[in-house]
Ligand binder design. Structure first.
Ligand code: CP
Length: 317
């Protein structure tokens, strides 16, 4: 198992099974602080820099909340237009990161360009955490998701995941790499124009993931232990910022999960994860069903990132 100390967290490709469990144990150890709304001083001498070139509610705030819970300091930007990287100068990642590494001990970056955090990591003398890069990956979200499944089901083996949504999404890439590390079978449901690419399917085959594609949620939901959702009506993740169109469009029934569908077809103990924000693919009345776990998932986003920051910054081994 590779040590977490000083490590960049850029991708879940190659992230090993034992590393997931070490991270989950660290998160469990620190979870009481978050549950009791207490801060500790574990990272009192450390500073997190957040560099968010794209909007975020959960990822940035959960990462910052995790650092604050551990007693660390936080600084950064959430609107790149107010920096030299987003104004007239369009300062490069390399130059920007040369500065950011002077201001803190770890950099959490979200960017609209796939690979931007990897580029940042080339030039940074401190660890870089990928908080979502274009259509690339979203490792900390998926680490949170698997931690949530592990807490709920007590295992990550012998499970069937139903992944519904836009398969270009960065979460879908990271979850696919993650599933391949466990005894997880996957079914993917997406509109044809948002389906898995031939290259990515080949990559999953090479990773020995057992998967299939289905055309409708209703046809596949009966097998699912975990229903893993993303919108099919959503922004272009290669843009720094996308305003909502007046008419966003509705999600076709084939990619929605409703109370009725859950009642009629889902396993009684199937759980739903959604990284949020949602559109109409997951109606609010599903929140009241026994299947919903996305609020727990959002809370776990703080706990998991506490474990990750503590390990990467050397406060835990
Ligand atoms: N889950 C997630 O990535 O949400 P944000 O875009 O709000 O960070």
């Amino acid at each position: 198992m590779q040590s977490f100390l000083g490590r960049d967290i850029l991708s879940l490709k190659g992230f090993q099974r034992a590393e997931y469990f070490r991270l989950f144990e660290a998160a469990d150890e620190l979870a009481p602080f978050a549950h009791d709304r207490r801060n500790t001083d574990l990272l009192a001498k450390k500073t997190l820099v957040t560099a968010f070139y794209q909007p975020s509610t959960r990822t940035r705030l959960a990462t910052e909340a995790a650092m604050i819970r551990l007693g660390g300091r936080v600084l950064g930007f959430s609107d790149v237009k107010m920096t030299r990287a987003g104004d007239f100068y369009q300062e490069s990642i390399k130059d920007t990161v040369h500065m950011l590494q002077c201001y803190g001990d770890v950099i959490a970056m979200r960017h609209f360009q796939q690979g931007a955090p990897h580029e940042a990591a080339r030039w940074a003398g401190v660890p870089v955490i990928n908080c979502g890069d274009g259509w690339g990956e979203h490792p900390t979200q998926v680490l949170t998701d698997l931690y949530t499944v592990w807490k709920e089901r007590g295992t990550l083996d012998d499970l069937h995941f139903l992944c519904i949504g836009d398969m270009r999404m960065r979460t879908m890439h990271s979850i696919s790499y993650a599933m391949a590390e466990f005894d997880i079978e996957a079914t993917y449901v997406s509109p044809p124009e948002m389906s898995l690419t031939a290259e990515f399917k080949q990559e999953l085959t090479d990773l020995n993931l057992r998967f299939r594609e289905a055309s409708s949620t209703a046809d596949a939901i009966a097998d699912a232990d975990v229903i893993y959702m993303e919108p099919v009506v959503q922004a272009d993740y290669t843009k720094s910022r996308v305003e909502a169109a007046v008419d966003k469009g509705l999600t076709p029934a084939a990619y929605r999960v409703t109370r009725e569908l859950l009642r009629d077809k889902a396993k009684p103990d199937a759980i739903i994860l959604h990284s949020l924000p949602r559109m109409d693919e997951l109606p609010p009345d599903v929140d009241e069903t026994r299947h919903a776990r996305y609020w727990e998932e959002a809370f776990n986003g703080v706990v998991l990132r506490m474990g990750l920051l503590a390990l990467v910054l050397g406060a835990m081994e």
